[in-house]
Write a protein that binds this ligand. Sequence first.
Ligand SMILES: [Zn+2]
Length: 165
Amino acid sequence: MKKVWPVPQWQSQFSYKQHPRSFGSKRSQGRTHAGCDLYAPLGSEVLAISAGRVVSAGKFYMGTFEVSIDHGALGVVRYGEIAVAPGLDLKSNVEAGQVIGYVASLGRGIPPMLHIEQFKGSKVGPLTDRSNPPYLRRADLMDITPLLDEMVCTHLGGLCKAVAA
Ligand SMILES: [Zn+2]
């Protein structure tokens, strides 16, 4: 299956495996980071990592939006802290590499980023579940780090080992 790195303009010096960007990073009030953060300039294109179908789209965090796509064998990937691309609706089919949104601003001097999460797809219901600490996510949440590791090598070629450390 063809896979596409989701943010071509990703600033690779900011590893998605290091705090505060990494999966499992501690947040305030006992909350734990449910995805990985890919820093990129404001307005950077966000691409679908593979073909799929939009299963949710809407408000996300601090004035930003999210799109969630069922990628079949890869599960459901949630692309957060973005502005949704015009014309993308619930149940839209997307191609690998299709522009689905743009990196948005969280304000308060926080670096612009794509916040990306992965779910196995074995549960139903909203992906955010405030009754399920510490991630506050649906019970089939996965650590997306291995999937990013797999894709970053294609994106960066020979540099991937250093970046993915
Ligand atoms: Zn995040």
